[in-house]
Design a protein around this ligand. Structure first.
Ligand code: TIU
Length: 247
C-alpha cells in the first residue's frame, strides 16, 4: 500500500510496521519537567498531541503494533552517566525534586506518558536512558521477534530523540517514516531542518509524511481486514439447514 511521502511514496506493509511513539512524557510536554529545566518553552510541543491521539486511535482500531518509549533513569541514577548528568549550567539536574517528582526518574509522575496517549493493554513501553530508543534497550529484539521491518515514528523532540532513534533504526535495517505533524521541537527551525535532513539525498534516513495520509491508508487497511475477517469467519449451510464453520 503506497503512502504519499517525501522524497517518494512509502511502501507501507501494515503487518510488518509498528507505530513508535517517542517520549510523549510530562517531563517534556508539561511545565516543571526536564524540558523546561533545560530552558525550553514546553508549549511548543503540545501541537503534536492531537494528531498523535488521532493516529494512535486509528492504529489501535487497525489492530497494528504500537510501541511507546520513555526517556529516564533508575531511581539510584546508576544508568545516568556523568556526561549527561553534568552537562549545562542549570540549577536543577536530572534526579532533582521538581513539581512533578524527581526529574526524568522512572516511576515519577513527570516521567510518565501524558494521559492523552497513555499505553493500553499489552502495548510495550520501552524505558531508555539515552536519546536513541535502541541504545541500552531491548527494542531491536522486540521488533525482530514481532517481525517488524518498518517504523512509523512520532513523538518528541524532532531533532533529538526522534531523529536519534530514526538514525539508529536506519543502521539496523528498518525503513522509517516520520509523521511531520506528529513530531515537534522546542525549536521550529530545528524541527524543519531535521525533517529536511531525513528525506534529503533520496531519503538518506527515511521518509516524511503527514498523518492524514496514514489515516487514509489505515482506513483502507481496516476495511480490507474487516472484509477478510468476514469471509474467514464465513459459514456454509449444511444439509440439515444448520451451519458449519469453514476452517
Ligand atoms: N532536549 C530535547 O530536545 N529532548 C530531549 O532531551 N529528549 C527527547 O527528545 N526525548
Amino acid at each position: 500500500m503506497n503512502i504519499a511521502a517525501d522524497p517518494y511514496p512509502f511502501d507501507f506493509v501494515p503487518e510488518r510496521c509498528a507505530l513508535l511513539i517517542i517520549d510523549m512524557q510530562r517531563d517534556f510536554l508539561e511545565p516543571g519537567g526536564f524540558g523546561e529545566m533545560l530552558g525550553n518553552d514546553v508549549s511548543q510541543l503540545r501541537r503534536a498531541i492531537e494528531p498523535n491521539v488521532k493516529l494512535l486511535a486509528a492504529w489501535r482500531a487497525a489492530k497494528l503494533r504500537v510501541i511507546h518509549t520513555r526517556e529516564g533513569h533508575l531511581p539510584d541514577l546508576t544508568d545516568l552517566h556523568a556526561a549527561k548528568k553534568n552537562r549545562g549550567s542549570h540549577a536543577m539536574r536530572i534526579g532533582d525534586e521538581g513539581p512533578m517528582g524527581r526529574i526524568l526518574v522512572r516511576g515519577e509522575r513527570g516521567h510518565d506518558i501524558i494521559p492523552e496517549l497513555y499505553p493500553q493493554g499489552e502495548e510495550p513501553v520501552v524505558d531508555k536512558p539515552g536519546k536513541g530508543a535502541f541504545h541500552a534497550t531491548d527494542l531491536h529484539d522486540l521488533l525482530k521477534h514481532q517481525g517488524i521491518r518498518q517504523l512509523v515514528v512520532t513523538g518528541v523532540t524532532t531533532e533529538v530523540c526522534v531523529s536519534t532513534t530514526v538514525r539508529e533504526a536506519n543502521d539496523r535495517g528498518y525503513d522509517c517514516l516520520i509523521v511531520e505533524d506528529c513530531v515537534a521541537s522546542y525549536f521550529p527551525e530545528f524541527h524543519k531542518w531535521s525533517l529536511e535532513m531525513t528525506k534529503a539525498q533520496g531519503g538518506i534516513f527515511g521518509w516524511v509524511s503527514e498523518s492524514r495520509h496514514l489515516l487514509a491508508a489505515l482506513e483502507k487497511w481496516s476495511a480490507r481486514s474487516d472484509a477478510n475477517a468476514g469471509s474467514a469467519g464465513n459459514v456454509m449451510m449444511n444439509q440439515k439447514g444448520g451451519t458449519t464453520p469453514i476452517c
